[in-house]
Design a protein around this ligand. Structure first.
Ligand code: PGA
Length: 248
């Protein structure tokens, strides 16, 4: 994951699908990549299934000797012990997982995760040797009030741990109003926000997320400081996920 010129194509499956679907989707992605090996010169692939399906997806990737990094959608801020329902970063690492999405807006909103908690999770991810994909982004009312830069600055300041480096951390800018809505920020808005984030995070890779599709991927990928995409809905269909990669 070191080549700065490769685009990161990260699929966030969220809470979707059963075992058979997870296996089929992974196989379809791996077959698509195998058919078009030049994709690997241009893209780093990350797939983030639900916790329950991590081992199924891992088995398919391993079986195909597939060049896809396996990611989780969260991890605990604790090491181990009496934390019912939680999964630690070390457990993920032990299970062959290489990355974790942290601070996704659906966790920030639905599970009341604040910046300090996201930072604590990122520290655990780093300690375990996971790549932390830390999400930031404003809600619609904040953008309408012209507060989006302030909100993102505050999220970055609060959720990025001190030890973040190019090797262990990726930032994903996901305007919350663009997630799963079919709305995307304009290339100009994306360029401005990514330039703003670049000033704060230096050489860390910065992904854009929010209704990324094959149709809008080329414009996003040609926008300065966009190092890849975090893809929700479109990552559940192999042809769309691969279509986005082909736009890189
Ligand atoms: P979406 O989700 O592509 O379905 O908008 C993106 C995300 O939440 O990571």
């Amino acid at each position: 994951m070191k080549n700065m010129h490769k685009k990161v194509i990260a699929g966030n499956w969220k809470m979707n699908g059963g075992f058979a679907a997870a296996r089929a989707l992974t196989q379809a992605v791996l077959e698509g990549v195998a058919k078009e090996p030049t994709l690997l010169d241009r893209c780093n692939f990350i797939i983030c299934p639900p916790f329950l399906h991590l081992q199924t997806v891992r088995a398919a990737i391993d079986h195909a000797h597939g060049p896809v990094l396996l990611g989780a959608q969260d991890c605990s801020d604790q090491d181990n012990g009496a934390f019912t329902g939680d999964i630690s970063a070390a457990m993920l690492k032990d299970g062959g997982v290489g990355a974790a999405i942290l601070g996704h807006s659906e966790r920030r909103q639905g599970h009341k995760e604040d910046n300090a908690l996201v930072a604590a999770k990122a520290v655990k991810a780093h300690e375990a040797g996971l790549l932390a994909i830390i999400c930031v982004g404003e809600v619609e009312a904040e953008r309408e009030a012209g507060r989006h830069f302030d909100v993102v600055a505050e999220q970055l300041a609060g959720s990025l741990p001190a030890g973040a480096t190019l090797e262990n951390t990726i930032i994903a800018y996901e305007p919350v109003w663009a997630i799963g809505t079919g709305k995307t920020a304009t290339p100009d808005d994306v360029a401005k926000m990514h330039a703003f984030i670049r000033e704060k995070v230096g050489n860390l890779r910065i992904l854009y997320g929010g209704s990324v599709k094959p149709e809008n991927a080329a414009a996003l990928f040609s926008t300065e400081n966009v190092d890849g995409a975090l893809i929700g809905g479109a990552s559940l269909k192999a042809d769309q996920y691969l279509g986005i990669a082909k736009a890189a």
